[in-house]
Write a protein that binds this ligand. Structure first.
Ligand SMILES: [Zn+2]
Length: 442
């Protein structure tokens, strides 16, 4: 299967490339990037569009095994390719959790069978995500896990975190930390501040994240291991990361699109699609996150795609589960809030969505260098579109529904195969969706 992508503006920050070039993919690998390539491969005309290395999401909840009413590996990866992602890293908090080799192998096998893009499993730090005993980290690594995380929960026990960092340092993979002191955030449903007081809702203080980031940065320094901080959302956590990196500590971090685009002010609508953990913060924290993206402190933008069934979110705010979907809106949200406003240029955004993630988890991809994976995303950074109510994801719990965005993925090519093409896909979502049951009005 050979494909020649012609006439596009190729932006590949891994090679500091930004020029009108053709990209040739042969037998699943990029073989040439050059002017006017002659080939008898199938032509994909990218005139007027931007061609980049495939996007990689470091933080996706695919929900399979165990919660297939929210999402499956098939629908989650269909959602991913519609968002321009050629690979996703699947979080471990499934049912059962990915804390042993058999679960990792199941995820890899199902992805190979039914996945629309690459799936890299993330193993659990602790058995059963209980935070008591370490999972068999070497087994998980050998089975194909690219990182470990108890995401959804922090690792409370500092000694367990230290041991995880030490083992993962030997295994050559990062520990991904969900940073939250649950004693501080107990009972909280939104950011603690002016709006939580105004609305009379339980608050999750910034200190809940900041205290654990401070602890784990110290453990990363002690062990020399790579700590990767998930969905960083507070000014204090950013300060801690910046200071640690300046001293040579191996700490990397990711930011979710909703944290850079939205603030806690929006919670006045009481929409449960604005409820996630960490919560939408105040404008001051949001501005600090954007500044950290601009100055290079942030390594990656990761979606924290967390699907929930309509019925689960269609309850009072306090009772709704945390989490929002994000794969299909990530690029548009980032172009709208970062590129169109002049915070960063398009090349830096491609770095945050593709090259950076590959670097942080040491994955193949994130480059169009000859010999690399034939994973390519074609985008239209000028396209304006309105976020629809339904998605290729089985779930629709997006905080961006109805919003007007700039920038849209046009095609997603995985291993030289076109897995998504907006020009052929039309408007009809491909994923089958369960009809929500009617509910009594409260
Ligand atoms: Zn998390």
């Amino acid at each position: 299967m050979n494909i020649l992508i012609t006439n596009g503006r190729v932006i590949d920050p891994s090679q500091e490339l930004d020029a009108r070039l053709d990209v040739l993919i042969e037998d699943g690998l990029v073989t040439r990037v050059d002017k006017k390539i002659k080939s008898n491969a199938a032509v994909f005309d990218a005139a007027g569009l931007v061609v980049t290395p495939g996007f990689i999401d470091l933080h996706t909840h695919l929900r399979e095994p165990g919660q297939e009413h929210k999402e499956t590996i098939r629908t989650g990866t269909l959602s991913a390719v519609a968002g321009g992602f050629t690979a996703v890293c699947a979080m471990a908090n499934t049912l059962p959790p990915n804390d042993e080799r058999a679960v990792t192998e199941m995820i890899i096998a199902e992805s190979a069978r039914n996945g629309a893009c690459r799936v890299y499993p993330i193993g659990a730090v602790s058995k059963g995500l209980k935070g008591e005993a370490l999972a068999e980290l070497a087994e998980l690594r050998a089975a194909g896990c690219v990182a470990v995380s108890d995401d959804g929960k922090p690792v409370y026990n500092a000694q367990l975190m230290r041991r995880a960092l030490e083992y993962c340092s030997m295994l050559g993979i990062p520990v991904v930390a969900h940073e939250e002191d649950a004693n501080l955030s107990d009972g909280g449903v939104m950011h603690e501040g002016y709006y939580s007081t105004l609305l009379g809702m339980g608050g999750i203080p910034a200190a809940s994240e900041e205290t654990l980031v401070a602890r784990d940065v110290i453990l990363a320094r002690t062990t020399g291991a790579q700590l990767h901080i998930a969905h960083l959302s507070t000014a204090g956590a950013i300060d801690a990361v910046r200071a640690a990196r300046a001293k040579g500590v191996r700490v990397t971090c990711e930011v979710a699109p909703h944290h850079l685009a939205l603030t806690d002010e929006t919670l006045q609508s009481f929409s449960t699609n604005l409820k996630m953990n960490p919560p939408l913060r105040s404008a001051q924290h949001r501005d600090a996150v954007i500044a950290a993206i601009a100055d290079g402190t942030v390594d990656a933008i990761a979606t924290d795609h967390a699907p929930h069934h309509f019925d689960e979110k269609n309850v009072e705010f306090d009772l709704a589960p945390f989490g929002v979907i994000g794969l299909e809106t990530a690029f548009g949200v980032c172009v709208t809030h970062l590129v169109a406003r002049g915070v960063i240029d398009l090349a830096r955004l491609v770095d945050l969505l593709s090259c950076g993630p590959a670097r942080v988890f040491n994955l193949d991809g994130g480059t169009l260098a000859a010999g690399s994976l034939g994973d390519v995303t074609v985008v239209d950074p000028q396209a304006r579109w309105e976020v629809p109510k339904s998605f290729r994801s089985m779930s629709s719990n997006s905080p961006f529904v109805g919003m007007s965005l700039q920038g849209r993925p046009l095609a997603t090519i995985v291993g030289g195969v076109v897995k998504y093409d907006a020009r052929q896909a039309g408007q009809a979502p491909a994923a089958t969706r369960q009809k929500p049951r009617p509910r009594a009005k409260r």
